[in-house]
Design a protein around this ligand. Structure first.
Ligand code: TMP
Length: 211
């Protein structure tokens, strides 16, 4: 039986890392074999591309170069990790995937969706996550939380308007396809956020098209 593909999305400072740890525990508790991975990244080559993407540099990175690097890493990640793991029956838990490209490059960089949709078709045809958790917090709160961490990367240096476009894009994707996307209100206490996640995952497991 093919594994399930679960992705976690959200703007900066929504608590992805902490909540991914929680989801890993949930998967263990439910005796589900899985791999946990991320984008950009997830293979040695794709992690090198991640470094290129996140580095602050004097040269302006044009949006098309950024977009193509995202998909270059993704193609490698799908080929080396995601697809073989799903085919082997393992679940794949991925910190961001193509929805992040629609949100960050499509909306944030204002590239629109058309070019992304054609690259999406080229790189992963009709393959889509089975479940996408969108961790949502107001942008100001997220940036305040993220600001307390390490040095900002090239994306974290963007302005509030950029992240508002990113957030709105996630919310609108979720609104258009409530079957796949579940919005988690991540502005609440950690305990409540994790209750929402557990509820969503339990629901997914029991209603899942598993066979
Ligand atoms: P991370 O901070 O969640 O690890 O992600 C690194 C940055 O990459 C984050 O600011 C979002 C950005 N990103 C895109 O712009 N497009 C994409 O397709 C992906 C996967 C990430």
């Amino acid at each position: 039986m093919r594994g399930r593909f679960i992705t976690i999305e959200g703007t900066e400072g929504v608590g992805k890392t902490t909540n991914i740890e929680y989801i890993k525990q949930w998967l263990d508790t439910n005796h589900i074999s899985f791999v946990s991975t991320r984008e950009p990244g997830g293979t040695p080559l794709a992690e090198e591309i991640r470094e290129l993407l996140l580095a602050n540099r004097e040269e302006k990175v044009c949006s098309k170069a950024e977009l193509l690097m995202m998909f270059a890493g993704r193609a490698q990640h799908i080929d080396q990790v995601i697809e073989p793991q799903l085919a082997a029956g393992n679940w794949v838990l991925c910190d961001r995937f193509t929805d992040a490209t629609y949100a960050y490059q499509g909306a944030g960089r204002e590239m629109g969706n058309e070019l992304i949709a054609s690259l999406e078709t080229m790189v992963h045809a009709s393959m889509r996550p089975d479940l996408t958790l969108v961790l949502d917090v107001p942008v100001e709160l997220g940036l305040e939380r993220a600001g307390k961490r390490s040095e900002p990367d090239r994306f974290e240096l963007e302005k509030t308007d950029f992240f508002n476009r990113v957030r709105n894009a996630y919310l609108s994707m979720a609104e258009q396809n409530p079957q796949r996307y579940k919005i988690i209100d991540a502005s609440k206490t950690l305990e409540f956020v994790q209750q929402q996640i557990a509820y969503t995952l339990n629901n997914f497991l029991t209603t899942d098209h598993n066979g």
